[in-house]
Design a protein around this ligand. Structure first.
Ligand code: LCS
Length: 401
């Protein structure tokens, strides 16, 4: 069922689910690589596109398709394409619209491997890349060239949480005949719908909030029209980075609680951001729900709540941050984000290490920056844990609170 007249929470529960043999409430897992043809002529007509149907699971699989339809519905797009990881989704989307001699503009603050993919792989094929802090709309405008074919934005950016004005950047892209691709991983369609704001394509690491349970690596692309969908479906089929039916099933299950989870992630994060903001050991805190966020107003106009990601730096920089990370007990020291459990990590030495120091500096990723992915636990338990670890920091560094 895909019915946009139903409320978002209802669509999280029901979208993408069709009628199946025996009437299951949940889509069956079609754990098969291939599908039988009724006859040689039937096989030929499926391949030629004359008839629609399933052929081979790299091309299309009913369990995967159910999940793709659900997410396309939640993003209010045309169709989804399930991928084996967020990176597979990003690579497929970029490869679909870029060729040798083209130019791409990318936000400076993106997931490290996204920047590295563009800077090291795409450049090998003579694609020119300019990294720009896209939260400054003027800088995006200035970076556009005649051969700019894609503007790639992550908002809020990983890990700085820089917020880009999507409507303004979509205008710039479209005036120049370029596509705007937006990574919506940090907000999810529960809080932000880039296609409604002018983006042409949305990508996600479904490993994060969409699945929400830290037990799947997966990605998705959402196309906004049939032409783009067909181009990207062909690219995905050739590159081969598809999701498997079992992981698609798990993600489809995860998104049933997406609306609820995003509300709780946001509520907990606001409380923790306020707590950190008032703590004497904290040098600065960045959270879309804090008025001190440089793009607070832009953000409030384009997302409906402020999400589960917080970054901050301690007085005492990296050394203090390390003591904090080594002393949390309830929050877990691990990369990734968007699961129900609270995670803490250090971007400069972990998720954004491959970018190199220079690119990190340009992106505003300081060596002391610590990132929190706030879970849906009781917020008091998270704060008590952070408080205990902060006490250890002040003891160790003899900083008086
Ligand atoms: N986009 C964003 C915004 C991400 O945060 C990540 C992964 C990806 C794409 C890539 O997705 P994947 O291929 O891993 O499914 N971000 C991670 C992070 O911040 N910590 O560990 C992974």
């Amino acid at each position: 069922m895909n019915s946009r007249d139903k409320h978002f929470e209802s669509r999280c529960v029901h979208s993408g689910i069709k009628e199946y043999e025996h009437g299951p409430v949940v889509p069956p897992i079609y754990q098969t690589s291939t599908f039988k043809f009724e006859s040689a002529a039937h096989g030929a007509s499926l391949f030629s596109g004359e008839q629609k149907g399933y052929i081979y699971s790299r091309m299309l699989n009913p369990t995967v398709e159910a999940m793709e339809d659900a997410i396309a519905d939640l993003e209010e797009g045309y169709k989804g394409l399930g991928c084996g990881s967020g990176m597979a989704a990003i690579n497929t989307a970029l490869s679909s619209f870029l060729k040798s001699g083209d130019h791409v503009i990318c936000s400076t603050s993106v997931y490290g491997p996204t920047a590295t993919l563009l800077a090291t792989i795409f450049t090998k094929f003579d694609v020119e890349v300019t990294f720009v802090n896209t939260s400054f709309t003027e800088r995006v405008k200035d970076a556009v060239k005649e051969n700019t074919k894609v503007i790639y934005v992550e908002t809020p950016g990983n890990p700085t949480l820089d917020i880009t004005d999507l409507k303004a950047v979509a205008d710039i892209a479209h005036k120049n005949g370029a596509k705007l691709i937006v990574d919506n991983t940090f907000m999810s369609p529960a809080l932000q719908k880039p296609l409604k704001l002018g983006a042409d394509v949305v990508v996600h690491s479904m490993t994060k909030f969409l699945n929400g349970h830290a037990d799947v690596v997966a990605g998705v692309i959402i196309a906004n029209n049939e032409d783009d969908y067909l181009v990207m479906r062909k690219t995905l089929n050739q590159l081969g980075g598809v999701i498997d039916p079992f992981n698609a099933f798990l993600v489809h299950r995860g998104i049933k609680t997406l609306a609820l989870r995003m509300e709780k992630h946001s509520e907990n994060s606001q409380i923790i951001a306020d707590y950190l903001d008032n703590h004497e050991l904290i040098e600065w805190v960045r959270y879309p729900g804090l008025k001190s966020h440089p793009q607070y107003e832009v953000g409030m106009n384009q997302h409906s709540n402020t999400g589960g990601m917080i970054t901050f730096e301690l007085k005492g920089g990296l050394k203090a941050g390390e003591i904090l990370m080594n002393n949390v007990k309830f929050c877990q020291l691990a990369v990734s984000l968007g699961g129900v459990e609270t995670l803490i990590q250090h971007p400069a030495s972990m998720t954004h290490f491959t970018m190199g120091r220079e690119a990190r500096e340009k992106a505003g990723i300081s060596e002391g920056l610590v990132r929190l992915s706030v879970g849906i636990e009781n917020v008091e338990d998270i704060i008590v844990d952070i408080e205990n670890a902060l006490n250890k920091v002040s003891e160790s560094l003899e900083i008086t609170v």
